[in-house]
Design a protein around this ligand. Structure first.
Ligand SMILES: C[S@@+](CC[C@H](N)C(=O)[O-])C[C@H]1O[C@@H](n2cnc3c(N)ncnc32)[C@H](O)[C@@H]1O
Length: 362
């Protein structure tokens, strides 16, 4: 199916990345086109799943055609609609293009179609959606994203509240960036108040979460219960997990940034290095890690991961969040033995051959 998605305005690149990840599609797929906040893509996913999962979008339609304004009348004149009644809605996405206003365009298109179909503004068989950007994109509406339910789950509307929480639309975006499907398991090792796993649970994923702070663990459980979601939530330092749990399908997380959320005084570079190590162990081969980082420089700490995309979102003048998607690289096959005095350690990573003096035996 070829879809026409009306993206919301928070961050165009992040919104496109979210839609592509949910649709399991890519920029290289034939039919892909992005024009400001209008996105056309091919996917085998059902329209119901797209509509129920996307966070950074307004609507999903079946794409009919895209054209320049001068070609619109003849394209509309040739449309065959599956039904007898219709209505037309327009959204102007571009600032300057095309000229004219949306209401006038909807009326004009309605007049052309009414030669063959009946107008029904209340309950039409078909709603024609026209997105006005650099070009004109026309689709038949599949559904609108339920933005009000995202608002209803905002941190202040949950029983356990804390200012460190992400807005549900960003929490949901992180989950979606991993490409996880319903019934797969997703893990958040820094779950805080549970915002990320709550969104994943609502999307039908199995959820696993941890936090070193017992108050956060109790609060997450309270929040999940409030929304009828079951999850496996434990009080645990991020490094403990590989010893106690099977690998998971995906990881989505929002670690402390060294500001308001506690790190128990650990420098964030050290915490992130431990976290990336633990996430590598915890992810199944081919699994994805979506993580919000407070700076580009932290990306280099992600050893044995490949960076697939990075999407900066400004929060305020001293904080930009970098939404990053990493895929797990296979564990290195070479093992080494490190010997210092009488202490032997088996290491499962490639020895750093640039420092051979560190090793008595390689
Ligand atoms: C930014 S908050 C997560 C917010 C969460 N996304 C939400 O929506 O509420 C980061 C969390 O990491 C936890 N944390 C800090 N250091 C940790 C560690 N070493 N292991 C596990 N959790 C840790 C903190 O207690 C805090 O709750």
């Amino acid at each position: 199916m070829r879809y026409l998605i009306e993206l919301s305005g928070e961050s165009a690149t992040l919104a496109i990345a979210e839609s592509l990840a949910v649709a399991h599609s890519s920029r290289d797929t034939p039919g892909y086109e992005s024009d400001g906040r209008a996105l056309v893509l091919n996917s085998d996913i059902s329209s119901e799943e797209l509509v129920s999962r996307l966070a950074l979008a307004w609507s999903v339609s079946q794409h009919l055609f895209s054209c320049d304004i001068g070609e619109l009348d003849s394209m509309i004149g040739g449309l065959e609609l599956p039904g007898e009644t219709f209505r037309v809605r327009t959204s102007r996405l571009g600032e300057q293009h095309p000229p004219g206003n949306g209401t006038a365009l909807a009326r004009h298109v309605g007049e052309i179609l009414s030669a063959r179909y009946k107008v029904d503004l209340e309950k039409p068989d078909v709603e024609i959606r026209i997105l006005m950007s650099e070009r004109i994109h026309v689709g038949m509406l599949n559904g609108e994203i339920d933005r009000s339910s995202l608002e209803a789950r905002k941190p202040e509307n949950r029983p356990f509240k804390h200012p460190i929480s992400l807005h549900p639309k960003l929490a949901r975006t992180l989950v979606n960036l991993t490409g996880i499907r319903p019934n797969q398991t997703i893990f958040d090792p820094f779950c805080g108040t549970g915002g990320i796993i709550l969104e994943a649970g609502i999307m039908g994923c199995r959820v696993l979460g941890g936090d070193m702070d017992a108050r956060m663990v109790a609060g997450t459980m309270q929040n999940l219960e409030h929304f009828g979601i079951e999850g496996d939530i434990r009080q645990a330092d991020v490094s403990i997990w590989p010893e106690s749990h099977e690998p998971v399908d995906a990881i989505a997380t929002d670690p402390p940034y060294g500001r308001s959320a506690s790190t128990a005084k650990e420098p964030i570079e050290s915490l992130y290095a431990r976290a990336f190590g633990a996430c590598h162990w915890m992810l199944k081969d081919g699994g994805k890690l979506a993580i919000a980082l407070p700076g580009e420089k932290h990306i280099t700490l992600a050893k044995d991961f490949e960076l697939e995309g990075m999407y900066p979102v400004r929060v305020h003048k001293s904080l930009t969040r970098y939404f990053c998607v990493f895929s797990k690289l296979p564990a290195p096959k070479v093992a080494g033995v490190c010997c210092q005095g009488w202490k032997f350690t088996i290491i499962s990573c490639m020895p750093d051959l640039s420092k051979p003096d560190d090793f008595d035996l390689i």
